[in-house]
Design a protein around this ligand. Structure first.
Ligand code: ADP
Ligand code: ZN
Length: 523
């Protein structure tokens, strides 16, 4: 009998499995319902492809994006594994032919989009197959806690569960917080979860703050010019900004392409192909680009603004350095970024209070990422429920500025928040806390009596911006808790230790302007 190791060598030409791969494969081959969680680039594809080759019958892969399917089918066919896909991009005649071939056992694997299951003809067709395994890729979209929740997917899960030929089910994702994980285990009746380390130690994660839009443009142009042999992705928050940035890059003599949902299908495909086949240096895109793009030599990812969640951010930066070589990610964060994300949340379709609450909580975690002074890699990995030592290469780990003792200022802020809450029950927003600390309570808030507190005006000499950033920092590093629609502030246990002088607050001066115009090649 062929072993998985032999297939690994003969089909893929690899000598050893990566962390987690063998555990997932063995679990699936034992017939267990398996959830595989690996970071982007960790090697998930192999974990369903090998079982598909070894199991009797056929494997059906349910995948959310057509572009992703095409890629994977092409790669499999190139490696000599019979695979095909059934989707709306294929003619009816061709679909008929492919289905006949699937029935005749020509293919070990076929890919479909989830909506296909709702076609009764197709559903009857797959029930008549010797279907060994159903793979659900990018499975985090099934969880309301996932970063790209698609409620319509839940219907496909029911259809899969009701298949009369009872195939085993495996599910894969790169992003799973504890909450998503628990959700998926429940929805899919998962028996075995394999989760590998989330740290990507070849990624140097950097944040640059306080750049104007023009300075951001200058930054990306200089970056691309200084790294002419490297391929990168630049993520922009809006379609307009994608177009603008790519035009500027092209004008500066850099081969850049644009990609966003507002373009025609064939334009998008052409841009994606140019990128995949190294015909352009830089891809400027919205978050519509990248899912399932298997390009291993992306050396840098630059975000022109902050994404709405750590999950989304981590998935996007995870597209750099999939070959394991040193790569860099730069987040050009501005104070306004949270407002743009807030706008997206406010204007999302099918809003529910629960949805808002979840999205706001995720946005808060992401904002914390831009304010923390601890290791950035650590912050992300911790968000996914894992502990690692500091990475040593992120922009916080390599920040050599001296640490200042800010304990006294922190105590002023924290005790002010406690006192406000004692006087008028409730959690108060940053704006209100800042107003009281600066002794500038608005007329309409006078009823609260906050101006009678001993902490009123205690930091009147601090500019608003600095105080705002200091509070962001206290929240990011866990001295304060932020919750609710209005980002109400509360003291954490860690904050209480500071008030009791059991813990000090050591931090570097908060960066406001002065960009570091460093590029990778100068490091
Ligand atoms: P994911 O789907 O988890 O993002 P992929 O399955 O696309 O990741 O794999 C990322 C890259 O790693 C691919 O180029 C793949 O060929 C490579 N890879 C996967 N498994 C191994 C392995 N065991 N040894 C070496 N390279 C591997
Ligand atoms: Zn670090």
């Amino acid at each position: 009998m062929t072993t998985t190791k032999e297939l690994l060598r003969s089909v893929y030409g690899y000598d050893s499995f990566r962390e987690g791969q063998e555990a997932i494969i063995d679990s699936v081959l034992l017939g267990k319902r398996t959830l595989g969680i690996m970071p982007t680039g960790g090697g998930k594809s192999l974990t369903y492809q090998l079982p598909a080759m070894l199991l009797p019958g056929t494997t059906m892969v349910v995948s959310p994006l057509i572009s992703l399917m095409k890629n994977q089918v092409d790669e499999l066919v190139a490696a000599g594994v019979p695979a095909t896909m059934i989707n709306s991009g294929v003619t009816v005649d061709e679909i008929k032919k492919r289905l006949t071939d699937i029935k005749n056992g020509v293919y070990k694997l076929f890919f479909i989009a989830p909506e296909r299951l709702e076609d009764p003809y197709f559903y009857r067709f797959i029930q008549a197959l010797p279907l060994s395994l159903v793979v659900i890729d990018e499975v985090h979209v099934l969880s309301q806690w996932g970063h790209d929740f698609r409620p319509s997917y839940l219907a496909s899960v029911d259809l899969i569960e009701n298949l009369s030929n009872k195939p085993n089910v495996m599910a894969l994702t790169a992003t799973a917080t504890q909450k998503v994980q628990a959700d998926l285990i429940n929805i899919l009746a998962i028996e075995n979860t394999v989760k590998t380390g989330f740290a990507r130690d070849n990624l140097a994660i950097k944040i640059e703050k306080g750049l104007s839009q023009q300075e951001k443009f200058d930054f990306v142009i200089a970056y691309a010019k200084n790294n002419p042999d490297d391929i990168g992705i630049i993520y922009a928050g809006t379609r307009k900004l994608v177009d603008e940035t790519s035009e500027l890059l092209v004008k500066s003599g850099i081969s850049a392409r644009a990609y966003h949902a507002g373009m025609l299908d064939h334009e998008r495909e052409a841009a994606q192909d140019a990128f995949l086949y190294d015909e352009c240096q830089v891809m400027v895109a919205t978050n519509a680009f990248g899912m399932g793009i298997n390009k291993t030599n992306v050396r840098y990812i630059i975000h022109l603004s902050m994404p709405g969640s750590i999950e989304a951010y981590y998935q996007e930066i995870g597209r750099a350095g999939r070959d394991g070589l040193p790569s860099e990610t730069v987040l050009l964060a501005s104070a306004r970024d949270a407002q743009l994300q807030r706008f997206f949340i406010d204007n999302a379709d099918n809003q529910t209070p629960a949805y808002r609450q979840r999205e706001l909580a995720k946005l808060q975690e992401m904002t914390g990422f831009t304010a923390t002074q601890n290791c950035l890699q650590q912050y992300i990995v911790q968000y996914f429920g894992e502990q690692i030592p500091p990475c040593g290469i992120c922009s916080n780990c390599t920040d050599t500025r001296e640490l200042l003792d800010m304990t006294l200022a922190a105590q002023k802020v924290l005790s002010n928040i406690v006192r406000m809450g004692q006087l008028q029950a409730g959690n108060y927003s940053k704006t209100q806390v800042v107003a009281v600390l600066r002794g500038k309570l608005a007329e309409k808030m006078r009823w609260t009596g906050f101006d009678t507190l001993s902490t009123y005006g205690l930091l009147s000499d601090w500019p608003v911006k600095k105080l705002n950033q200091f509070i962001d920092y206290l929240a990011a590093d866990g001295f304060l808790l932020v919750s609710g629609e209005y980002n109400g502030l509360r003291i954490s246990d860690k904050g209480i230790c500071v008030l009791k002088s059991e813990q000090s607050v050591m931090m570097r001066e908060i960066k406001t302007t002065q960009p570091i115009k460093k590029t990778r090649s100068q490091n």
